[in-house]
Design a protein around this ligand. Structure first.
Ligand SMILES: Nc1ncnc2c1ncn2[C@@H]1O[C@H](COP(=O)(O)OP(=O)(O)OP(=O)(O)O)[C@@H](O)[C@H]1O
Ligand SMILES: [Mg+2]
Length: 218
């Protein structure tokens, strides 16, 4: 089982959006996937309650219980576990970082957001886990996106090759527990999520073409 933690100390950076979209991409790709929601706001859990599909399963719990949840997911045959985290939650985020094979840090390409990722990058260093910034809610056709990428890379950050743009499909699809890939399968959001998922799968060594589409129990 591979584990991806989506972490950003900044509120509203796009953590839950990224977590549920990657998890659905895994599910649609035939992997058994589960989401652990460590955020008391329970965004991913509420999304899961509305979802009318046979996966991914979403469970919410305190970070202290994460090791048990990881063990349970592994013994139930999950291929991928995606951890969604709360903003401003150093301790819980560090627990998630330690459990992860890959840390994704969604970040809007805007000055205040870019400055705020230092704290999250520090967590990844403490946890000794690979961390990549995912530029998120990026304006379509704006020079600011490439500027942000260059600035981040100049500061030593790794930036995922696929940017997630600001698209209504992301916010609209989740209303009834879907992802943009289900809401508009041929749309641009679906395309960029698929590309990001392919890249993330390579990073963690998740084989492409999963075994079964069964819901992974946690
Ligand atoms: N790529 C995107 N395109 C359009 N809207 C987006 C995108 N990403 C996120 N949003 C919207 O921005 C808001 C914040 O996103 P989200 O809840 O994913 O952030 P978060 O980091 O999980 O927030 P929190 O820190 O409160 O947990 C939501 O309303 C979401 O629908
Ligand atoms: Mg969230």
């Amino acid at each position: 089982m591979r584990t991806i933690a989506v972490i950003s100390q900044k509120g509203g950076a796009g953590k839950s959006t990224l977590a549920v979209h990657l998890a659905v991409a895994a599910h649609l790709g035939g992997h058994r996937c589960a989401i652990v929601d460590l955020d008391p706001q329970a965004t991913a859990r509420k999304w899961g309650d509305k979802r009318q599909a046979d996966g991914p399963e979403v469970v919410g719990d305190h970070a202290e219980r994460l090791p048990q949840l990881v063990d349970a997911a592994r013994s139930n045959g999950a291929d991928l576990l995606v951890i969604d985290t709360a903003p401003n939650a150093d301790r819980a985020s560090l627990t998630a970082a330690r459990a992860a094979d890959l840390i994704l840090i969604p970040c809007r390409p805007a000055a205040f957001d870019l400055e705020a990722i230092e704290a999250t990058r520090d967590l990844a260093v403490i946890a000794k886990k690979p961390a990549w910034v995912v530029l998120s809610s990026a304006p379509v056709r704006s020079a600011i996106v490439e500027e942000a990428r260059r600035g981040l890379e100049a500061s030593g950050a790794q930036v995922a090759p696929q940017t997630i743009h600001q698209r209504v499909a992301y916010s609209y699809a989740v209303i009834d527990g879907r992802s943009a890939s289900e809401y508009e399968p041929e749309g641009k959001a679906a395309e960029e999520v698929a590309a990001l998922f392919r890249w993330a799968s390579q990073q963690v060594g998740l084989p492409t073409g999963g075994k079964s589409r069964r819901k992974a129990k946690v």
